[in-house]
Every structure is written in structure tokens, then in C-alpha cells.
Design a protein around this ligand. Structure first.
Ligand code: NAD
Length: 491
């Protein structure tokens, strides 16, 4: 059993190459969601602090060597950041598990290596980019350049703090921009180390700044209204995206939003259940269901409903819910008291809507040191009405709803019948059907007979209220650059 007693950390702001205290001396606390123990005191950025961070980023962009240094040198420094992350992966994974409540093993084997890969990938990718050439008869020659935009605000949520921040930071830096980062207030620990890691990698002062705080009337809002910020890359809730868009409108900031989801995971009667069930369990309960891509609505063809329910329930019951620091744990707590209250409020909503509880719905039995943690059993409901709130709203916790369907047409209507469109999953052995459904579901990513497989070159983002724009490969670079056309008279 891992030692849960941790030394209280002081998390400072990283501005212009230095860790500094909040100018207002305001600090807020961060708790371990598995125990409610206070693990960190965090300096909250005042307006003056955010202003200094944005000014530092502006100066580093306009006057520093970052934008103008040879691309190979810039990308080598970003790759060095990736190497340092791998060198420090145990430490980062421990912190992520402590802060978010996710299993250490998942952070160690998946998220922290992926964070390093995000940086390395975009450094490599940028070095392989060219531009376009458009000759006009023999009289003129057009060619394009992709130039950095300026100062980027990178605002990230608490579910995958380090991985999602590097997913933005990689293309931001590789394109030659400078950054002011704000992690979610409840999970600042790993992201706060990005300042130090950037410095160790030789990235000039002012290029990477990290501020801490909340959204409204705090660091988030100060960043998104700041005149020196040119572009905002945000991942979080759809309602926050709307507020950020409004706040950034006055200064016409460029925005890229990765927002909420309520993915349909569609299981047809010809699906290979030996594969579909374990992957659907992952899709429902990985990170305690706190994944934007979670397969939180499982649409099951009625002819296989009984078999699916029995086997899915058995697999959910076999998940080990426990201490995130323990290597055997499959599922930890949810992230905070406020989020626990939100997630568990859906238990009474589900009951009110006459959903049938198939499994879970209670606090799991846990060792005494976890008795105050924000734990809920993996929970499964059956609901015939696809318009019920548990089938429509993003719960973002370990609660999954099974919705039966009879025909392909019906499955498609249910899959498309929400305001979200981030992703969907299809399980079938019928090739034509796999293509038909993939074409007709209105979502940014469709996984057929798999889930959560990511090629970093591929576009990632949402239809409808799940996002604005796309990230990944050249889609990220388009957002983080301005295309310039140069037209030369040849005669
Ligand atoms: P959130 O929107 O509450 O917060 C995200 C970040 O925005 C935090 O850093 C927060 O402090 C900041 N913020 C809040 N209000 C703000 C404001 N008015 N101005 C500027 N910044 C503000 O989201 P969350 O609860 O941290 O994360 C969960 C949400 O994120 C879920 O909806 C989930 O689906 C979504 N998410 C989406 C993706 C994706 O790729 N589409 C990935 C992960 C999470």
C-alpha cells in the first residue's frame, strides 16, 4: 500500500523564467481526492500577475530569440523538454495520481509518456513542414509562409492536466509562439512544473509562463480578455467555451475549443463481444469516467441485450476501485467534492426518470484511509428513453447508461440525438454497416471496433457543441500560425 501522507507543496506562478508568489498573496488549497488531505497551497494570480505574464510572453515573442531562432534549434529544445518529461515520469505520474485521483499506473504508462510524445511529435512534424508554391504563368510566383501568431493563452481542464496542456504547448511552441498557461485550479501540480522543465530544456525566459487561478473574475478571465493575448486554445466545458468566446470577442482573438461530449458506443448484434465488452468497460470507467471521449451512452441491439447486460455487469464488478497510488487499482475517486456532488446528483435523477439500476450506485467498500475520498462504484443504468437526462447530459463520472435499440436507423437517430458530437464508437463485423454508421454519425472521431486510439497527425475535435476547430497534425499548426502569401513579379 502506498504511503498517502504527503508533504504540503507550495505552488507558485512561473513568470518570465522565475517562480514567483502571487502579488496579492492570495493562496488556495488543493486536496487529494482519495483522502481529502490538503496537498498543496497554490498562489492565485491577480490581474497584475496575469498582466506581467502576458507582457513577458509578448516581449519574448517580439524581442526574444524564440521566433527567430533556426527551426532546428527551436525544435531541439522542445524535444529536450520531452526527454526531461520521460526522465521525470515517475515523479510526474505520482503527482498526477495524487492531484486527480487517477491510477498511478495509468498516468505512468499512458498519460505522461503521451505528454512527452505530444511535444516530440510537434517538434518533428514542424521540421517536416513546407509551404505552397503557386506560379502564375511565367510572370509571378506566389509562395506561402506559416508564421507564428503571437501570445497564446492555453487553458486546460483537470481530467488529463499534463497530457492536455502539452497537446497545446507542442504546436504552440513549435510554431514559434509564446505561451501563458493556466491549468485547472483543482489540479495544478504537474503543469506548474512545465516552467522548470522548459527552463531546463534551454527555452528562453518568457516563452513559457504558468499562472494559477479560477475562471470568472480570476486568472482565466484575465487571460481571455487581455489585449496582449492573440489566440486562445481551450479545453473544458461547453458553457465555459461560450463565456471565453464572448470575452475574447472584443479583441477578436483566434479560438480553438475542445469541449464536452456524450459519445454513443453502438453495439450491433454481430459485434465481437469478447472485444467490445472490455473496451466498453474502459470507455465507460477509465479515469472514473472523467474523459471527454467516454463512451457514456452504450446503445445495444435488443437481440443481444440480455447477454450484454450480464457480461458487462460482471466486468464492471471486477474493476478494482481503490487507492490511486496502488498498482492494482483500476479506478480511483472523482476529482473533487463539488464534482462528486454533481456526479452523485445523477443517481437521484436516474431514479426519478425510472432508469433501472444494473450495477453500482453506492460508495464502494474501501480501507479506512480512503473513507473520506470521493468514491462511487462503477454504475450502470438501463434506460429506454434516449431523451432522459442521464442519456443527454455529460455526467463526467463513473455512470454509464445502456440504451436498447432495434434497428440501425434507430441507433443512428439516438447516436445523433444530443447536442454533442465529439466522438462515437461502433462495434460490428459488417463492413458496409461500419462505413454507413461512420459516415452518418455527426461526430469528429468515429472508432470502429476500437476506442481511444490516437494518431497525432489526425484531426481531433468536435461537431456541434463539442468544439470549435480541430487539433492534431497540420490542423494544430494552422491554428497556431498565420499563413502569409508572398507574390513576386518575375519580370
Ligand atoms: P471547465 O470548463 O470548468 O474548466 C476548464 C478550464 O477553464 C479551467 O482551467 C478553468 O479554471 C478555466 N475556466 C473556467 N471558467 C473560465 C472562464 N470564464 N474564463 C476562462 N477560463 C475559465 O472544465 P473542467 O470541469 O475543468 O473539465 C471538464 C470538461 O472538459 C468536460 O466538459 C470535458 O468534456 C471537457 N474536456 C474536453 C476534452 C476534449 O478534448 N474535447 C478533453 C478533456 C476535457
Amino acid at each position: 500500500m502506498a504511503n498517502t501522507q504527503t508533504k504540503l507543496k507550495e505552488v507558485k506562478l512561473f513568470i518570465n523564467g522565475e517562480y514567483v508568489e502571487s502579488s496579492s498573496q492570495t493562496l488556495f488549497e488543493v486536496k487529494n481526492p482519495a483522502t481529502q488531505e490538503i496537498i498543496a497551497k497554490v498562489h492565485e494570480a491577480s490581474f497584475e500577475d496575469v498582466d506581467r505574464a502576458c507582457e513577458a510572453a509578448r516581449q519574448a515573442f517580439e524581442e526574444g530569440p524564440w521566433r527567430t531562432m533556426p527551426l532546428s534549434e527551436r525544435c531541439a529544445k522542445i524535444r529536450r523538454m520531452a526527454e526531461i518529461i520521460i526522465e521525470r515520469k515517475e515523479e510526474l505520474a505520482r503527482l498526477e495520481a495524487l492531484d486527480v485521483g487517477k491510477p498511478y499506473q495509468v498516468a505512468l504508462e499512458r498519460e505522461i509518456p503521451r505528454a512527452a510524445e505530444n511535444l516530440k511529435f510537434f517538434a518533428d512534424f514542424m521540421e517536416h513542414q513546407g509551404g505552397e508554391v503557386y506560379p502564375m504563368d511565367d510572370a509571378y510566383l506566389n509562395y506561402t509562409r506559416y508564421e507564428p501568431v503571437g501570445v497564446a493563452a492555453l487553458i486546460t481542464p483537470w481530467n488529463l492536466p499534463f497530457m492536455l496542456t502539452t497537446w497545446k504547448l507542442g504546436p504552440c511552441l513549435a510554431s514559434g509562439n509564446t505561451a501563458v498557461i493556466k491549468p485547472a485550479e483543482i489540479t495544478p501540480l504537474t503543469v506548474s512544473l512545465l516552467g522548470e522543465i522548459a527552463q531546463q530544456a534551454g527555452i528562453p525566459d518568457g516563452v513559457v509562463n504558468v499562472v494559477h487561478g479560477f475562471g470568472v473574475q480570476s486568472a482565466g478571465e484575465f487571460m481571455t480578455t487581455h489585449p496582449e493575448v492573440d489566440l486562445i486554445s481551450f479545453t473544458g466545458e461547453t458553457t465555459t467555451g461560450k463565456a471565453i468566446m464572448k470575452n475574447g470577442a472584443d479583441s477578436l482573438k483566434k479560438v480553438s475549443f475542445e469541449l464536452g461530449g456524450k459519445a454513443a458506443n453502438i453495439i450491433f448484434e454481430d459485434a465481437n463481444l469478447d472485444k467490445a465488452i472490455p473496451v466498453s468497460i474502459q470507455a465507460a470507467f477509465m479515469n472514473s469516467g472523467q474523459v471527454c471521449l467516454a463512451g457514456s451512452r452504450i446503445l445495444v441491439q435488443r437481440t443481444i441485450l440480455d447477454e450484454f447486460l450480464t457480461r458487462f455487469k460482471e466486468a464492471a464488478a471486477a474493476l478494482v476501485v481503490g487507492d490511486p497510488q496502488d498498482a492494482k487499482t483500476n479506478m480511483g475517486p472523482v476529482v473533487s467534492q463539488a464534482h462528486y456532488n454533481k456526479v452523485t446528483s445523477y443517481l437521484s435523477i436516474a431514479e426519478y426518470e425510472n432508469s433501472t439500476l444494473i450495477y453500482g450506485g453506492k460508495r464502494p467498500e474501501l480501507p479506512v484511509h480512503l473513507s473520506t475520498g470521493y468514491y462511487l462504484q462503477p454504475t450502470i443504468y438501463l434506460q429506454e428513453n434516449a431523451q432522459a437526462r442521464i442519456c443527454q447530459e455529460e455526467i463526467f463520472g463513473p455512470i454509464v447508461t445502456i440504451i436498447p435499440f432495434d434497428t440501425e436507423v434507430e441507433a443512428l437517430a439516438i447516436a445523433n440525438g444530443t447536442e454533442y458530437g465529439l466522438n462515437a464508437v461502433v462495434w460490428t463485423e459488417n463492413l458496409q454497416r461500419a462505413h454507413r454508421i461512420s459516415h452518418d454519425v455527426r461526430a469528429g472521431t468515429i472508432w470502429v471496433n476500437c476506442w481511444f486510439v490516437r494518431d497525432l497527425r489526425a484531426p481531433f475535435g468536435g461537431f456541434k457543441k463539442s468544439g470549435v476547430g480541430r487539433e492534431g497534425g497540420h490542423h494544430s499548426l494552422e491554428f497556431f500560425t498565420e499563413a502569409k502569401n508572398i507574390c513576386i513579379a518575375l519580370k
